[in-house]
Ligand binder design. Structure first.
Ligand SMILES: O=P(O)(O)OC[C@H]1O[C@@H](O)[C@H](O)[C@@H](O)[C@@H]1O
Length: 320
């Protein structure tokens, strides 16, 4: 079933229920059609799946084998990693407390933290949709409480997506509880590229990074001395909040990303061998994207009653 959510002189926004989600109406995909862009958004995960400014190829990559299923994250687009990035080292602390105190506070297997937090695996709601000649503004929200033993606080996330010639992407996180909390997060951009071998990201040269492949605890710091290679498996946290530029030398296009209140850029691609073990990446899919994520990979304060905002802007330019 397809429903028109907005139709005015500037844009049309429709909502379509995917057959995978037929049991619950809110598991829907929104399609945006505007003179400046086309876009698709999944309410499951509150996830932008596709963003194609007019005159360009899609900025985002989406796996042809992505799972659209409760309890799984959708592989591609811009998943939101929240309220933690990665595995959640507080789970390790909980396990070592159990060992040292002998108290059985260990998390049950169901309570083990899912990688990158729970926000990308929950159904979001539409707060508002509006459109003018510049683009479409979509506001999505997610509220919850006692979602996980490691993050019991009541919260509200508000995600604002302005979709026009450029993408403006804002995530406001409100701690609605009376207890201070900490979060880590990423706007996990899967950028579509002709091939990682054709990509240069000179803005990472000279930047210090932690290599998650060589140091699972992410402690050692190295400096990116040479041009970064996106070929093969790579998983690094670059400690920079500078503007990033991805140049695709075959497609002759440049993607500029500006982040706000994010301390890291995470560069990730699984490479062929790991990707072949991942059921939700189609054959050769890892050769079609690089992830460059605007992130706070370390715990940040989210005080009781307060709202913290991170954001990014993404612009694409043809070079020929
Ligand atoms: O498979 P997931 O949970 O979506 O994570 C994908 C990757 O996301 C990146 O952000 C991490 O740095 C990687 O370590 C991780 O493998």
């Amino acid at each position: 079933m397809t429903t028109i959510l907005l139709a005015n002189n500037f844009a049309q926004v429709t909502s379509t229920n995917l057959h995978h989600f037929s049991e619950v109406e809110r598991f829907a995909q929104l399609t945006i059609s505007h003179a400046h862009c086309q876009a698709n958004i999944s309410l499951y995960g509150g996830q932008l799946l596709s963003f194609q400014p007019t005159g360009h190829k899609d900025v985002l990559w989406l796996s042809k084998q992505a799972s659209y299923q409760t309890g799984k994250a959708i592989r591609g687009g811009i998943p939101l990693c929240w309220p933690w990035f990665g595995a959640n080292d507080k789970a390790d602390n909980q396990a070592s407390n159990t060992l040292s105190t002998g108290l059985n506070t260990e998390l049950s297997s169901q309570q083990k933290p899912v990688n990158h937090g729970f926000a990308r695996q929950l159904p979001w709601s539409i707060e508002s949709i509006s459109a003018d000649e510049q683009g479409v503004t979509l506001v999505l929200s997610l509220t919850g409480e006692d979602q996980h033993p490691l993050w019991p606080n009541a919260y509200k996330l508000t995600q604002t997506l302005f979709l026009g010639q450029q993408l403006k992407h804002v995530l406001a996180m409100s701690n609605l509880s009376q207890q201070d909390a900490q979060y880590s997060a990423a706007l996990h951009n899967y950028f579509a590229v002709s091939n990682p071998a054709n990509v240069s990201i000179d803005t990472l040269t000279g930047v210090s990074y932690s290599d998650k492949l060589s140091d699972k605890k992410v402690k050692a710091l190295s400096i990116q001395q040479q041009a970064v290679s996106c070929v093969g498996e790579i998983d690094r946290e670059y400690h920079s909040s500078a503007k990033m530029t991805i140049v695709d030398n075959l497609w002759q296009r440049q993607i500029d990303i500006v982040s706000h209140h994010c301390q890291q850029w995470v560069l990730w691609n699984p490479g062929v061998a790991l990707a072949n073990t991942m059921a939700d990446i189609h054959q050769g899919g890892e050769q079609e994207y690089v992830c460059l994520e605007a992130a706070n990979t370390r715990w940040q304060a989210l005080p009781a009653g307060e709202t913290v905002v991170i954001s990014q802007e993404i612009n694409v330019t043809n070079l020929d």
